[in-house]
Design a protein around this ligand. Structure first.
Ligand code: SAJ
Length: 477
């Protein structure tokens, strides 16, 4: 919250600053997705009158009915804000003219050619331009490449004849929302803010201070854009590293889960990341590519980003190979085998399947001729390559007729003990199944299979994918 005893020397003396100080400023949020709805509700609960803007009638109706379609935003909070008159939603973008502060929280995906797709930002900006008036603060929250706010938004807004830094203000502030995170929300997640000038930075800092406990100001909008990309590149590269360690452990006959778990006992200088079937979500797989794309135009190759992207994108193929090797060890082919994939969401306890690696795992198994079904309590149906799948229940009966269970997403809601006891063969890409309860055979992401008391006799053979001789070591019998 702003410190009233130490006024910000850069804070411009203007009506907007006054309305922020007395909490009468009107706040418009463009894009009511998992970022925008959470942000709107956080300010509404602080008594700011918030108007959410979305092109999706259904979202607008849900909000105005006091309901939430974002699992991390409680319906009760939305209802209370609507009831209190501090939260409303509309599709009428002309009403942006009524707003004092406008946050743009629209998707920034990649195009088919893996270049930044800024069409959503462009559409939102067009609406802002049409409604622009003196005294407004415009903040871009959507993740983008360093320089975009200053190089693209500022000239566009100034075409309206208004001067940024005196008539209007412009800043960038990256969204930081971790879907499914029960501990950190909008109010207690520090907010980074960078302005195209000192006045914009100060007024944006003052505004966010209304609802967010800690606001961290950086020297420019480009710096704030880069902060976000560092955060997400950090995750992509470290996940890529631990996935490459999984590939190394596969060749060394080591269980990568054991290796990472042991390394994580180091109390300093190490941060554990979990190897898995790949990288999903609409941020981590994509955001770093905004950075490498920008740097290529500055004649620099962001090698870590490109390597991590390659390794992470390869993991679904690796999991498919692992399934083939596990079935082969039981003299079964993938073709004709019934395979149950547990989890299609991109990570545990969320309902989002965007960029989910499980989809590529399923695609590969179907292409190899398997009879694939999936179970995911958060995802009722899923279309992959024009084929509609419907989630099945994880029952003892389903497990008993399954030739191989593939763990792709480690939702807490799955009956992991039942899976361990009833599944005849498991490939666990998330280290989710309790090994000590396995009755039959479990293949971790890498390393020797784990044999339960009811496992078939150990076999040896040659893995057709790699010609590596495999055998189930005696210590696992
Ligand atoms: N993953 C791994 N191993 C790990 C961590 C994650 O394989 O050790 C996978 C996940 O299963 C998932 C993908 O990576 O498929 C991304 O997971 P994530 O939690 O890193 O990413 P998001 O998109 O759910 O949320 C992240 C935020 N999460 C965390 O910081 C923990 C944060 O980085 C951003 O605020 C947010 O993306 C965003 O919107 O940029």
């Amino acid at each position: 919250m702003q410190d009233a005893t130490h006024p910000d020397p850069h804070l411009p003396a203007c009506d907007l600053a006054d309305r922020i100080a007395d909490r009468t400023c009107r706040y418009g949020v463009i894009g009511l997705g998992y970022v925008g709805l959470a942000l709107a509700e956080a300010f509404a609960r602080r008594g700011i009158r918030v108007l959410g803007f979305d092109i999706d009638d259904a979202k607008v109706s849900e909000v105005n009915a006091g309901r939430s379609y974002i699992p991390d935003v409680q319906a009760g909070d939305v209802a209370a804000a609507v009831e209190a008159g501090t939260l409303e939603a509309t599709t009428d973008l002309r009403r942006l003219a009524e707003m004092d502060v406008i946050s743009i929280c629209v998707p920034t995906p990649l195009s088919k050619s893996r270049d930044p797709d800024l069409s959503y930002v462009d559409a939102a900006l067009k609406s802002v331009e049409r409604a622009l008036r003196p005294g407004q603060l415009i903040i871009l929250e959507s993740t983008t490449y360093p320089g975009m706010t200053q190089e693209v938004l500022e000239p566009r807004l100034q075409r309206q004849g208004l001067k940024v830094g005196s008539d209007i203000w412009l800043a960038f502030s990256p969204e930081r929302v971790d879907p499914g995170n029960q501990r950190f929300g909008v109010a207690n997640t520090p907010k980074v803010v960078g302005g195209v000038d000192a006045g914009s930075a100060a007024i944006a800092t003052a505004f966010y201070g209304i609802a967010i406990e800690h606001v961290h100001r950086v020297s420019s909008a480009a710096a704030a854009e880069m902060v976000k990309l560092l955060e997400n590149t950090f995750r992509s590269v470290n996940i890529g590293l631990v996935n490459e360690v999984a590939l190394m452990c596969d060749r060394l006959g080591l269980d990568v889960g054991e290796i990472v778990e042991a390394a994580a006992t180091k109390p300093y200088g190490f941060m554990a990341f979990e190897p898995g079937p790949g990288l999903g979500g609409h941020c981590i797989p994509l955001d770093p590519i905004y950075l490498s794309w920008k740097l290529r135009r500055l004649d620099y190759t962001a090698r870590f980003i490109e390597l991590a992207t390659e390794i992470n994108a390869n993991m679904p193929r690796y999991v498919g190979e692992r399934v083939a090797a596990a079935l082969n060890a039981q003299s079964r082919a993938v073709r004709g085998s019934r395979i149950l994939v547990l989890g299609v969401a991109y990570k545990r306890d969320v309902d989002d399947t965007r960029e989910s690696p499980a989809i590529e795992v399923i695609r590969r198994l179907v292409e190899a001729g398997a009879d694939v079904v999936y179970a995911d309590p958060y995802v009722e149906t899923l279309t992959i390559d024009d084929r509609l799948f419907a989630s099945v229940a994880v029952t003892a009966e389903e497990l008993a007729v399954t030739d191989c269970v593939v763990v792709a997403t480690d939702h807490g809601a799955f009956p992991w003990s039942d899976v361990a006891r009833h599944a005849r063969l498991i490939v666990d890409a998330r280290d989710a199944v309790p090994r000590d309860e396995v009755r039959h055979v479990l293949w971790p992401l890498s390393g020797p299979a784990v044999l339960g008391p009811q496992a078939p006799a150990p076999q040896t053979g040659t893995d057709p994918q790699t010609d590596r001789v495999f055998q189930v070591p005696r210590e696992n019998q």
